[in-house]
Design a protein around this ligand. Structure first.
Ligand SMILES: [Zn+2]
Length: 215
């Protein structure tokens, strides 16, 4: 079985998403790119996370050709586009998380109301225009909106995060979800104050070696 250790990581991350209540069981998808093997492991389409076995995990090449495993997630192209065009991205998570998706339903960007937004590498999390799920248009909207950030919202749909490794992508997902919940909560009693750009850019500098710190 090819890239077995990466398939195990996909399953471990899927189960963590379930226990952290970041998915309802099949929504969302996770991938990891092994650049040395030039292969990507991604959650398959339609199998509940709790039932996922290593042999089910889809293994594809950069063109999306299935090498081993079950039919890949319908959002495969969204993952591949990031890997093809950003050489520091090796893991992608797409989720239908409650609070960040609520912001995406407003089709608003998530502003810097908490300094931890700097983990995304940007001063806000932008919201991509709506497109049907599983389409190339959605993949393009996501890629173009994300630019050099590690996160982007998908209008009326969910969120996508990316990272140098799966731990970083996962941490960005949980931080953006938490900040989204703060934004909704504070907006319910007033207008949240947005932290100045300069302060966030300072934080981004301080987080440059962030990946090493969270391990
Ligand atoms: Zn989705």
């Amino acid at each position: 079985m090819k890239i077995e250790h990466i398939r195990e990581k996909i399953i471990a991350t899927s189960l963590k998403m379930l226990s952290d209540q970041l998915t309802n069981g099949t929504a969302g998808n996770i991938s990891i790119y092994d650049r040395s093997e030039n292969l990507i492991a991604i959650t398959p389409s339609g199998i509940p996370y709790s039932l996922l076995k290593p042999e089910d995990v889809s293994v594809v090449d950069l063109d999306g050709n299935l090498i081993e495993g079950k039919t890949p997630s319908s959002e495969l192209e969204m993952h591949l586009m990031l890997y093809r065009n950003r050489n520091n991205i090796n893991a992608v998570i797409h989720g239908h998380t409650k609070y960040s998706t609520a912001i995406a339903c407003l089709r608003k960007n998530l502003p810097a109301i908490d300094y931890m937004i700097a983990v995304t590498g940007d001063k806000e999390v932008r919201c991509a225009n709506y497109a049907s799920y599983g389409t190339k248009e959605l993949a393009e909207n996501c890629f173009n909106t994300m630019r050099n950030s590690r996160a982007c919202l998908l209008a009326n749909h969910g969120i996508t995060t990316a990272g140098e490794d799966i731990e970083i992508a996962y941490n960005v997902l949980t931080q953006v979800e938490y900040i989204s919940s703060l934004y909704l909560l504070s907006s319910s009693v007033g207008e949240p104050v947005i932290i100045e750009d300069e302060e966030i850019y300072n934080m981004i500098e301080r987080f440059k070696d962030y990946g090493k710190k969270i391990k």
